[in-house]
Design a protein around this ligand. Structure first.
Ligand code: OKS
Ligand code: ZN
Length: 368
């Protein structure tokens, strides 16, 4: 399996609020570092280092990536991600080593169904986010672009058969993750929706284009509210998610959320109770896989989180390292040979993250 990595994804290093304390975010550069270390030492997986278009001499690369990202995200939102830190610095609201965290969030009112972006810098930080787990530091934008570029490049690799052997699949070590953010709001450590980047890129490159039927399998412990939102009324995209019930992001992920308009039936939420074990997990996984197979997609994106691990600080499932190989093999068994991009989402048990990723990749390739 081809594994894509970009050292620029290590630059973003922010803080989060836990109770009344500010601490280093669990979503840290050490996550990717430990995975890369583990995959390099075993050498079996084709780890490739990609260069972000922000570090490239060719400006057309950045332009091409931004045009893909802009199919999902608003120009003003992207400018905010790019410029907010420097604007806060210019107004001396923040020190170079500090982070922007929002102060006031938009919420539904009777008077305003469509609030506009405010001018005030403090206010803007809250307008373009839905929580306080998506701080902006001076290098956040560089990592966000590098992460989205890995998602985009993974599709280029997938469709470029000279790089693939047999059943084509590519794993992108995206960081920051993407499944919580929608077109105009960061949240849950996510800034640009990397799944949406894959889908837009796939539509731009594939023969079927806008007519392509696409499946999304979200295996992160948390519901991918951003991804669900983006494709909720798109009948060409089937979103299936297994996640902790009543967990972050709290307001989405119920099994009653089945899609809208023409896309009713193309959204499948499979919430699992706190403390669920591997057996319970596999029942939901098989349900998700059969629904995806019945949708007959030509392309699959997997949002892969390792926060389902039993020792994860943000999860509650009882999944262990060997189980990831069985989960991966299960996906391959039902969705055999479907061209697939796998994107890294969450997973915070640093001491086990590398071996968990390795286990998943071994199961994917072995088809146990
Ligand atoms: C507390 C952390 C909030 C949970 C964010 C969930 C991140 C994640 N500040 N999403 O998949 O792993
Ligand atoms: Zn997660």
């Amino acid at each position: 399996m081809i594994v894509l990595y970009d050292p620029d994804t290590l630059l973003h290093d922010t803080v989060e609020l836990v109770g009344a304390k500010i601490r280093s975010a669990l979503e840290s550069p050490a996550r990717t570092r430990t995975i890369v270390e583990k995959l390099s030492e075993s050498g079996e997986h084709g780890l490739r280092t990609i260069q972000s278009p922000l570090t490239s001499d060719d400006p057309s690369e950045l332009k091409a990536l931004l045009s893909i990202i802009e199919r999902t995200h608003g120009r003003e939102y992207l400018d905010h991600l790019k410029n907010a830190f420097d604007q806060w610095r210019a107004e001396q609201l923040i020190e170079q080593h500090e982070n922007i965290l929002p102060e006031c969030f938009v919420y539904p009112t009777k008077a305003h169904s469509d609030p506009r972006p405010p001018k005030d810098l403090f206010a803007r930080a809250g307008y373009f986010a839905f929580d306080m787990s998506s701080g902006i530091m001076f290098q956040t934008y560089r990592s966000v672009i590098a992460s989205a570029n890995l998602a985009s490049e993974s599709v280029s690799y997938l469709l470029d058969f000279k790089h693939s052997h047999g059943a084509p699949s590519v794993f992108a070590l995206c960081r920051p993750p993407g499944h919580h953010c929608d077109g105009n709001r960061a949240g849950g450590y996510c800034y640009v929706n990397n799944v949406a980047v894959c889908i837009s890129k796939y539509r731009s490159l594939s023969v079927s284009g806008e007519f392509a039927r696409i499946g999304i399998l979200d295996l992160d412990f948390h519901h991918g509210n951003g991804t669900q939102e983006l494709y909720y009324s798109d009948p060409q995209v089937f979103y299936a998610s297994i996640h902790g019930e009543d967990e972050f992001p709290y307001y989405t992920g119920a099994d009653s959320e089945t899609g809208a308009g023409d896309a009713v039936g193309a959204n499948l939420n499979l919430p699992l109770a706190t403390g669920s074990d591997f057996g319970e997990y596999m029942k939901k996984l098989n349900q998700a896989l059969i629904a995806l197979r019945d949708f007959r997609p030509e392309f699959l994106v997997v949002s892969l989180g390792f926060d389902t691990f039993h020792l994860d600080p943000l999860g509650s499932f009882q999944i262990s390292t060997e189980h990831y190989a069985l989960i991966a093999a299960g996906v391959r068994r039902v969705l055999a040979d479907l061209p697939t991009v796998i994107l890294l989402e969450g997973g915070y048990a640093l001491e086990h993250l590398g071996e968990n990723v390795k286990s998943f990749l071994e199961g994917w390739e072995a088809r146990m």
